[in-house]
Design a protein around this ligand. Structure first.
Ligand code: MN
Length: 420
């Protein structure tokens, strides 16, 4: 096949499309038939030849990291059913098919959807966009259907277990691209056409009942959200409303993993909290719709350098060094709402070395979960992958090296942490 795109000739496509676009795609004689006619039979792997002889671009060869290896091409497939169009032409190194033989068996399922269901974490590099040049078969097909609307390709490189396994290119009419970029402006800002100099792992949290993991986008925290705790910290809950602060996404610590006593503090405190995991983003979310954005719930410990927090409060300084330090957010597996529903009440407790320190009820939250989500979404655009620590009840206290912390909320996993 000719290679009018500068980055590669290989493509796999999986795109969510708005309903109005689907309706014209579904009309007989429209793009579907044209692309089918252009692309021939689907789902056959055939030998593409050694990469050195192939039409693959140098950046792509570098991404696949298999300079001398034979690559296989799976032919284009195209369909417009349900909520997706899939238009796929995939190039895979032969060794990748050896590692992941199920790639042969994807059938008609959208490729990206199938990949999201595998056990190993699927990583995606930042998206890239390029306009299809005039003369590209897809650009021609789109021109016939849509007039002068230009076609764009969006490329994503996926890695499985660190191994680059495929490149997806999503072909979009210009209008759809603009809509997509409006929805995901952060990806636009960070897109790159250059190779990344090193990999940065994405923090994740376990999800109970599945091997899939929850990718962490941001961690928001609520302060002073239980009246008794606000009072024990010297605040008046009738005058000072709850507040927000943040931790870095990679502050999460898996349940059971030990936490080193952090440096530059001599007063490390525990704070057991209900954690809300966001599954659908949004801004200006009404309270009545807020729970629709919740993916699930977990138990977290908002570890705090209390001495540094006191200094920060006394001097009007930010709380980052007190709250946002490394390994400051131990958390259990997330229980999906689909498994256990929402939480409005239930015991929340924490013990250190078998002695009760915190024991309260979720019903005592000053801002309820829907109110927290709604309030936060007036300040930030929430995104799937956000975690919200909802505040701690009274009873916070100091931890020492060797302490064993056990904490829970009715219906969720028990969080176990040792300080070493
Ligand atoms: Mn807290």
């Amino acid at each position: 096949m000719a290679n009018p795109l500068h980055w590669s000739s290989l493509t796999a496509v999986s795109a969510r499309v708005p309903h109005d676009l689907l309706s014209w795609l579904a009309e007989p004689g429209m793009l579907t038939a044209r692309v089918r006619a252009l692309c021939g039979p689907a789902m056959e792997f055939r030998r593409l030849g050694g990469l050195r002889e192939s039409a693959l671009s140098t950046p792509l060869r570098e991404r696949l990291q298999v300079d001398d290896e034979t690559c296989l091409l799976r032919n284009v497939e195209f369909c417009a059913s349900g909520e997706r169009i899939v238009f796929a032409q995939t190039v895979l190194p032969a060794s990748t098919l050896g590692h992941y033989p199920w790639l042969h068996e994807l059938g008609d399922s959208p490729l990206g959807e199938a990949l999201r269901q595998v056990d190993a974490p699927l990583e995606r590099e930042p998206l890239e966009y390029a306009e299809l040049p005039a003369g590209h078969p897809l650009a021609e097909a789109a021109r016939v259907v849509t007039g002068d609307t230009s076609m764009w390709a969006r490329r994503a490189v996926y890695r499985l277990g660190g191994l680059p396994i495929l490149v997806q290119e999503v072909f979009l009419p210009e209008l759809l691209r603009v809509q997509a970029s409006a929805r995901s402006h952060t990806e636009e800002h960070t897109m790159t056409t250059d190779p990344l100099p090193f990999a940065v792992p994405r923090p994740t949290v376990a999800i109970s009942g599945t091997a899939a993991r929850f990718p962490v986008h941001r961690i928001y925290c609520v302060g002073r959200n239980y009246a008794a705790h606000a009072r024990e910290m010297g605040s008046d809950p009738t005058r000072e409303p709850p507040c927000f602060f943040t931790k870095p996404a990679d502050a999460v610590v898996a349940n059971g993993s030990p936490v080193r006593y952090p440096p530059r503090t001599s007063n490390l405190h525990h704070e057991v909290e209900l954690v809300v995991a966001i599954g659908k983003g949004g801004k200006q979310i009404p309270v009545a719709e807020a729970l629709e954005h919740v993916f699930g719930y977990a138990v977290g410990n908002d570890l705090t350098r209390r001495d540094l927090q006191t200094q920060a409060k006394d001097h009007g300084l930010p709380w980052d060094v007190a709250k946002a330090f490394d390994h400051s957010a131990p958390i259990t597996a997330i229980r999906p709402v689909t498994d256990g529903g929402h939480l409005t009440s239930g015991r929340i407790w924490l013990e250190v070395n078998g002695q009760s320190r915190q024991d309260a009820n979720l019903s005592e939250l000053i801002w309820s979960v829907p109110e927290i989500v709604a309030e936060l979404a007036t300040l930030f655009e929430l995104q799937a992958g956000d975690l919200i620590f909802t505040g701690t009840p009274a009873g916070v206290g100091a931890l020492q090296r060797g302490d064993s912390i056990v904490a829970g909320i009715d219906g969720l996993d028990t969080l176990r942490t040792t300080i070493v």
